[in-house]
Design a protein. Sequence first.
Length: 210
Amino acid sequence: MSDQGSQTRYLQVTPSGAFYATVNSHPDEARAILLQLLSSNEPIEFSYDIFAEIADLELNHAKTLFNRLLARRFLVLTGTPIEQKRDSLETVLASILPALSSSGKVILGDDQGFCLASSGFDANHAESLAALSADLISLHQRHQHILNDDLELMGQSWGMLDPVGNSQLGNWIIHIGSQVFVLVIQEQPLLNQHQFVELLSALASRYLDN
């Protein structure tokens, strides 16, 4: 049962929490616990003791971290958590990817340039854009000192913009442990929704610590 009232509540990572957990691979306590929660195959009931155990922290330290994640809206308590889909990763990706773009055109690739799944693109375009995205990952890695350290810009994503700054084609980099993926999204990205959390949960469950 929950430490706060009699109603059973569960730990739920929000879209902003999922983004923070995977936006880079720099280790910190918040990122580590969010990734652990994303990778869980079952909903995790909330209590401070359970949270402290998962985070591998002393109880008072864990309470401070939990309250910080709650205040930043990286984590919420809910009576109806998003349960991870039981289908194969390929089936899950096919159902999730179209919802992540206003055009329905989305590609999931990796840092080696392989297209793992796509929606809305023909096969040749999907493979070519996945390869291009791998080049962008390499480009960012060569210049990340000035971008992420000197300028203190968070993230490693790149986009092709129209004249007023709207994204025509965006490349959103995802870090799951040592694995690096990229979402290629045509037109407006729709990442502030539960399908984005489902995507990262599926990837974390499959690849975290592998």
